[in-house]
Design a protein around this ligand. Sequence first.
Ligand code: 8X3
Length: 249
Amino acid sequence: MNKIALITGATSGIGWATAIFLAEEGYDLIICGRRAARLEELAQKVKVNTHSLVFDVSKHQEVQQALDTLPEAWQKIDVLVNNAGNAHGLAALHEADVADWEAMIDINVKGLLYVTRWVVPKMVARKTGHVVNLGSVAGKEVYPYGNVYCASKHAVDAINSGLRMDLLGTGVKVSQVCPGLVETEFSKIRFKGDNARAEAVYQGYDALKAEDIADLIRFIVTRPAHVNIADTLIFPSAQVASTQVHKQP
Ligand code: 8X3
């Protein structure tokens, strides 16, 4: 049996591209998300064995129940890519929608924890494994109106470091990928379908593509056993910080 990678949020963007790149590396894939039809489409596209799990990462019971259905052979997960996550809204904290906060904390933080809590004990038992967490530049700095999204990604940053410390000596590696501006569904979700506003985020420069991040994840998981890329920050060349982007008119 090939090595196995489990990818959350595999229905689009970075998760989708990572599934394709890890399949190219010969990984069998457990692809997870809420949209069954998209997982089906992805399963058809890759040339490796796949197992699709449809669940909402923010619901602890759903996460556990879905993962518990994995056949024994599929439970030997070598790589966990904690990719599921999004921004909801961009607003001053005192004016923001509480439901947006709930979504970001539940998905970006608690969802990542739920999946990790299920997968990592099995990695520890096998003395091998690699967790790759999708952080963000928003986990390294704060930008105006980003408040709770930035807090959720700062939490991922802390969880990433804490998990690496807790797993010292177990044979399980922990890495973080922190992208800047990547052109995916990210802004469409943040701006709740206001596509003109979402598209404007990526205009006037060459934004990163989902494949650029997937390529970095592929690099990270294909290093030799003695090498752990603990953390990475990846920007488009036209960006140097969350609020500093060189745009052509
Ligand atoms: C995505 C980066 O700057 O759009 O996490 O929030 S940013």
